[in-house]
Every structure is written in C-alpha cells, then in structure tokens.
Ligand binder design. Sequence first.
Ligand code: ZN
Ligand code: FE
Length: 260
Amino acid sequence: MAKLEVMLVPQLSDNYSYVMRCEDTGDVGIVDCPDAEDMIAFLNKKGWTPKAIFLTHHHWDHIDGTKGLKEKYPGLKVYGYIHDQKRLPDATDFVDEGDTVSLGACEAKVLFTPGHTIGHIAYHFAGSDAVFCGDTMFAAGCGRVFEGTFAQMHESMQKLAALPPETKVYCGHEYTASNVRFALAVDPENLELKAFEVEVKQLRDEGQPTIPTTIGKELAVNPFLRVDAPSIQQAAAEMGKDASDPVAVFEATRTRKDNF
Ligand code: ZN
Ligand code: FE
C-alpha cells in the first residue's frame, strides 16, 4: 500500500500544519494552515505544488491560510466537514464520518470527532499508520471542550484511542510540556508518564517537536484516555464526581485542566 511522507510545518506560536506527500505518486497535500505565506515558502523550497488541503475544524488558527493557498494554487481541493459549510467558506469538498478521501494512492478514512467544536473531523491514513486529529487529541492531552459535550469529547477520544497502537498522532499544537505537567498532577505514579516527561523536556530543550506521538503511547500517558486508572478516578472523586462513570471522570479531568 502506498505510504505518506509527513513533514511538520510549525506555524504561528504553537500550531502545527502538516505537509504530506504520497511516496508512489508524489502528490502533495496539507493538513490545516493558518499562515499561507509561511506555507508557500515551505512548499517553494521543496518545489512542490499541493493538490489538496484537509481541514480538521473551523478555528482561525487552522483555516486562515486556506484562502491564500487557493489563490496561489488554483484548483486546490479543500476538504471540510459536511455540516460546517458556513464556517468553512473556502472549502470545496465536504466529507462526513466514514467517507474516504485520498491523496495520490494514499487513502484516509474521515472520523467525526466532535467536542472541541461540533464540526471537528480527523483523517486516518491507515496505510501510513497516521492520524491527523487537529485539536481533539494532543500528546498527553486533549482539546478544550468549546462547543460539544464532555460525553462527545470523551467518545471522540475513545474513537481515536481505538486505532492501532502504532498509529502516529499528528495533532494541531505543541502543547505537550504543559500537558505533561498537568498529567503528572493527576497521575503522579505513572512511570511511563514520568519517562515521557524526561523525553519531552529533552526534545523541547533542543528546540525539537514532541510530535508525532502514538496511540500506544497515549494509552499509557494521556489522562483523558485513562479514565479507568485508579489515580485519575481518585482525582475525579475528589471533585465530587462518580468515579465509576467514565464520562464523569473525563469531565472532572478536563475541568480540572481548564483551571490548572
Ligand atoms: Zn481549535
Ligand atoms: Fe487550534
């Protein structure tokens, strides 16, 4: 099966856009883009012309570069969530849960992952062991629940967690260091988390990204997935939540992070 080459393109202060290239056909695509000029400079250096941009959700720090990219690359396909047409004015192709999209010979399934926004999607390229999940899952964290319910966000996180453990997680922001600080506060005895803290600190000290993480790693370190871990349940119980209810534990953990 054809594979993608994936490159991180840091944008703004802590956003990640991604450039992907199908190794079979050479077709180039982008995931999210707040800054068109910066992205065009990256593509010019490579000598590449993108065919498509895959949008995860309507927030400005993920879509503001779309218009400029369309002007620069006429015919650029812009994928977005079908029920967010009004909020994705530059999108050209609308997709829903379960749809297949492709870049060259590489295919992705669209996953509906509401919670951060009610129109959030992720793109799972199974043949490349890669998921682009915007502001749903972060390394050791998850997006704020702005529009959806905690139950929706919990379900979206579980949907991503059910992907094969080797799946690389390409998320929308470099938030890992602060996420790890919070995770240690609610999950202090987690040895894999402690090891991850050391790894993350070293990467950040060297100015390196901590992304991609993997689903397998997130299952071990991400407090928003570990709703069945005693320490996470204990922290929820301290907030008066029912520790036996995964959604209540998720809500308590997310609320605590909002105030951390
Ligand atoms: Zn967002
Ligand atoms: Fe964002």
